[in-house]
Write a protein that binds this ligand. Sequence first.
Ligand SMILES: *Cc1c(COP(=O)(O)O)cnc(C)c1O
Length: 350
Amino acid sequence: MIDLSSFARVRLIHAPTPLEPMERLSSLLGGPRIWIKRDDCTGLSTGGNKARKLEFLLADAVKEGADTIVTAGATQSNHARQTAAAAARLGLECHLLLWNMNRFMDRAYVENGNVLLNRLHGARIHELSGVGATTEIAYLNAEVDRLTKRLRATGRRPYPIPVGASNALGALGYVECALELLSQAKQLGFSIDAIVHKSGSAGTQAGLVAGLRAAGAGTLVTGIGGGKAPANLQDVVLRMAEQAAASIGAPGVVQPGDVTAIDPDPAGYGLLTPPVAEAIQLVARTEGVLLDPVYTGRAMAALIELIRAGRFARHANVVFIHTGGTASLFGYAEAFEPLRAPGTAAAPTD
Ligand SMILES: *Cc1c(COP(=O)(O)O)cnc(C)c1O
């Protein structure tokens, strides 16, 4: 029995989020049975996966007497926006270090989507140059530490939150999601054969794997890497999952073979490749669900590819976790322009 009640926690999300069948998409693809876990509906400032992790991290910040939150991400970071909203909810000052990694200069990218929401939530924004960056997440986390020290020197009480709210404490948000999934599937009368989702800074996948194994479930979890996920994503997830499992009193339940991270369509961060654009349109048109170019669209494109490669039995139950990102869509308006050309508007039908 996993008990998270000993951890300090602030309430930020609407949970449980729905687990729903994607009937039209499943039948269009000829199986498996695809289910969608609606973590885009966590509720905080258009939702997403970071809010689950922030429930634990911000509670820790409050416990430590913090008056300021510091975090970092790409310009259109969903994590930054959810952190800004959570800080606003708790009456904390929020500093965001944002890095335009790809130097996208589209007006929508630099002003709309998450950037607009950050401003509405009153966050203080610092632009990063990227000078000296080697690996992306390491660079961003080093900048978080630097600003934290600077703010402390001016008398503030800052609490640093790592990129993606990903560490063993933040991962507990996805331990809880794993438990939610197991109980919802049971109620709906099926068992989950596989889970597929976008993985980036590792906390989501680490929490899911730790939660599932601690609950005795052997469910396969496939994280889709790429973007700014580290090249050794699988190792990073494994280490964080082991730490998370130990912290909930289940040390040793996670084995190296429990973590799979793949990147079937390597492309730069936030680049809208044709398979991703197709996946976004397909799901928008068959299910009325919005995916995004950076995360969920890529994960769905990868899931479709796995299905076409025959990786799942026809009647298997596969859960796709919708990790959010809807707000970032509006930052990519220009990237979708080519879809307006004649002949590219139709959804693929096989
Ligand atoms: C951050 C993010 C992810 C990746 O989650 P991690 O916990 O960082 O691995 C996936 N999808 C969306 C929409 C995100 O914002």
